[in-house]
Design a protein. Structure first.
Length: 507
């Protein structure tokens, strides 16, 4: 393997010249636009697939599927020790840095999947879910492919080329749908969700590898590893704790209450997390590399983060409020009457998970400011609180656990938001002022949803038409109050000669 030329090294380095704010805003908006288009396609495909699968399969199959997703997320995080984030965050990136990261991740990935394959039966026995053995072994190869694609992913993020990332995720979701639906009516129906997950992971990794091949062009060096080690190790520890704390309640509910109870809990949680998760993919992950470019300018970063919270709040808070008001109608109409036990947990979780949505951008601030250790403290506290909350409330069933989890998520979210604000020198009052428009909008939309439910009930409306009565009134209120903002966002996303109202910083 030959040593890279000086030209190749310079090509990988980020210019030390001052950042062109107008160019950055346009690149940010373009990336958000690509993610929005992709998410619309992804969620359209996913909704169709999951609604059909939920009516064909039972809650137990979804419970096993959730545990397998946790195993996959934990494995990927463990085998990719923060190096992707380190490659994105680093100001001056050399070929040695990228090549060293590739070698480390590939070696860890190969060893890790071999251990996972051999230990699959242990995971199944611990969770009292025998079908997990075949599921865990099924995702071993996709996990290794994901490891191979880490440097490709980091390169695309660093260059704000989120169009390719978005296309990969759309294709992956189509693979999930095709695989899941093809197996749902076969003799392998009980394994359809597990096979679909493996297909999703495989297709995404392969597309990234083909679209942005980043094979090593130098041998790994200790100097490059030292440069990346501190930041990567801290990010890795925080990410591991994030995965564990973010899924500990699933594992505990599944272990203590069984796969069916976990299926209902999963549905309630996922419906509430639907919008925050989409916002993270649309804007949150773009904020990380964009905020990194502003990491030395607290004034600009502070303004960008304040605007980010404001716009996120205007979406997350109204959706959470409306979902809480219309939980039974939403679940019963979309997924069927068998899933109605998820309605009460959804309502209890709505307050805490609304605040989870507001904390979408805090990780981007922590990493941009070189303070990933904050994630470790937050997720350690969250994990401890979750274990105490779920174990102490398990005797009360899903209702008690959901109420306790709402409190945990709310407290952690408030703490995380205040810390992020302090890092960019924003006062708590400024942060509250940023979230206030979203709170007002949430109250108006919740009232409209309740009014629509009442009118529908008085008119004797049943079946899918119920959705029109609970969705259209709050949608009309939202457009009426935020129409100008929506126009500004669309203008910025599809006309690069003007800057959107949601740009990173305002003058």
């Amino acid at each position: 393997m030959t040593r890279p030329t000086d030209t190749e090294v310079v090509a990988l380095q980020r210019s030390p010249a001052p950042i062109d704010r107008a160019s950055l805003d346009r690149r940010f908006t373009r990336s958000v636009r690509d993610n929005v288009v992709a998410e619309c396609l992804i969620q359209g495909v996913r909704l169709c697939a999951m609604v059909v699968l939920a009516r064909v399969l039972g809650a137990a199959e979804f419970g096993v599927f959730r545990v397998l997703m946790v195993v996959g997320m934990f494995s990927i995080t463990a085998l990719e020790p923060g190096l992707a984030e380190a490659l994105v965050q680093r100001k001056n990136l050399s070929v040695e840095h990228e090549s060293t990261a590739w070698f480390v991740i590939v070696v860890l990935g190969l060893g890790g999947v071999c251990i996972l394959y051999g230990g699959a039966w242990i995971i199944a026995r611990l969770m009292l879910m025998p079908r997990l053995t075949s599921g865990v072994r099924l995702i071993c190869l996709p996990i290794f492919l994901d490891c191979l694609a880490v440097t490709s992913n980091a390169h695309l993020q660093r260059e704000l080329r989120f169009g390719i990332l978005a296309a990969a995720e759309v294709a992956a979701e189509v693979a999930f749908m095709v695989t899941g639906l093809a197996l749902a009516w076969s003799s392998l129906a009980s394994s359809s969700l597990m096979a679909a997950l493996a297909a999703r992971m495989t297709i995404r990794a392969l597309i990234l590898l083909i679209a942005a091949p980043r094979l090593p062009r130098a041998w790994p060096t200790f100097a490059a590893m030292r440069d990346l080690r501190r930041f990567a190790a801290t990010v890795w520890a925080g990410s591991m704790l994030s995965v564990v704390s973010g899924n500990a309640d699933y594992i505990l509910v599944g272990r203590l209450l069984g796969a069916s109870a976990l299926g209902f809990y999963m549905l309630a949680w996922d419906l509430l997390r639907f919008v925050p998760d989409r916002l993270y993919k649309v804007a949150g992950r773009v904020a990380f590399p964009a905020f990194c470019l502003l990491q030395d300018d607290d004034a600009e970063l502070g303004r960008g983060y304040r605007n980010f919270v404001e716009y996120i709040g205007k979406v997350v808070l109204p959706v959470a409020a409306c979902a809480a008001v219309a939980a039974p109608e939403l679940i019963g109409t979309v997924y069927g009457a068998r899933w109605l036990p998820a309605a009460a947990p959804l309502r209890l979780l709505s307050i805490g998970l609304a605040l989870v949505g507001l904390r979408t951008g805090i990780g981007a601030v922590y990493y941009a400011k070189g303070r990933p250790t904050i994630d470790i403290y937050l997720h350690s506290a969250r994990l401890f609180m979750i274990i105490v909350a779920v174990c102490s409330m398990s005797a009360t069933g899903l209702m008690g656990i959901s109420a306790a989890m709402s409190g945990v998520e709310g407290l952690i979210s408030i703490a995380g938001l205040l810390i992020a604000a302090a890092l960019v020198k924003l006062s708590p009052g400024t942060l509250i002022a940023a979230a206030t428009p979203g709170l007002r909008l949430a109250a108006a939309c919740a009232f409209a949803t309740g009014a629509g439910k009442l009118i529908g009930a008085l008119c004797g409306v049943t079946g899918p038409l119920v959705l029109a009565f609970i969705v259209l009134p709050p949608a009309a209120i939202f457009v009426w109050l935020e129409g100008q903002t929506l126009v500004s966002i669309l203008a910025g996303a599809f006309d690069f000669n003007r800057l959107p109202g949601t740009q990173l910083s305002r003058s």
